[in-house]
Design a protein around this ligand. Sequence first.
Ligand code: NAP
Length: 345
Amino acid sequence: MLSIFAVAAALCRRAGKRLDTARRLQHPQELRRVLDLLMEKVIIVGSGCAGLTAAIYAARANLSPLVLEGRQPGGQLSTTTMVENFPGFPEGIDGPQLIINMHEQAEKFGARFAYSEVTDFEAQPDHIRIKADDEWLETRALIVASGASARWLGLENEEKLVGHGLTSCATCDGAFYRNVPVCVIGGGDSAAEEALFLTRFASKVYLIHRRDALRASKIMADRVLACEQIEPIWNTVVTRYVPDEKGEMSAVLLRNVQTHEERELPVACVFVAIGHDPNTKAFQGKLETDPDGYLLVRHLAESKHPGVFIAGDVADRVYKQAITAAGSGCAAAMEAEKYLGALGK
Ligand code: NAP
């Protein structure tokens, strides 16, 4: 538990005040007044669909939320292409455009944004502290909407090859690979979407999947299977990346999981689309998680700590849709508003 002086000193440092001011603030009433002035009402961790929806709702409730955008501003939608299933857009909408719109909408109502990454978290009896870019921030309520990050295969040289013919984002990197063969790994909607997108540039797109049926939704699977430029390679896993002498991807080593036959497939780029892991590192051991690290939610948006709410893919291992993330962001913000109202803030 922090001393009153430590809290006062930290707040004064943030406000650029001298330390002797902090000593005067040891008077409980004065300290409470300054604490209230300097403490955030709501901090939102994450700026994907869930975080931005929470920001729109919290901002419209006059809570002036501070959104910490994290390592991947805009979350997963910022690396997708056309979103066809978000209600209200019969022609579909580009993922990044949808995010830009939500960002503008939140800002219009008074949300504030910072490009900070949260690394630690402490729940105090009457408020919450989070560490963002080495600075502790104090807030009455916290909405954790930190999303999920792309999963990798865990093969040798993986980290070194990222950016050298290995990526998890076709939208970001696809255009660099024109008229060359590429491969996508995975069988879900992401893999299907990436493969279809890459047909705009690559001479050939191999879709490498460990089973003989796609997990992707029927509409996406049908499109992939009907596309002549995409060649599915079924029941197959990648066992090794093969870089050339300059360290750029030149091929992958494949193994058929049924016949155990091995072969090399020349490709200029590997797009890994095998799902995501929840971004919960800062909260490990402090908020409840399931064995795979997803945060556990009670009553739609609550955590075990009063004042800490949860939204989006960081807690969703079932639906993982933009619209469900947006819905839970809305619920978290409304719960935060109710919580602050009960505190009289
Ligand atoms: P996903 O549905 O979990 O699919 C992951 C795929 O990768 C599965 O086919 C899985 O194989 C395979 N995989 C997992 N680990 C692997 C490994 N170590 N080696 C090889 N293959 C591996 O993930 P996602 O495609 O990212 O989709 C996540 C969610 O987002 C889904 O709910 C999806 O509907 C949604 N999404 C929607 C859209 C859209 O509507 N436009 C676009 C993208 C994503 P198995 O099939 O054998 O398990």
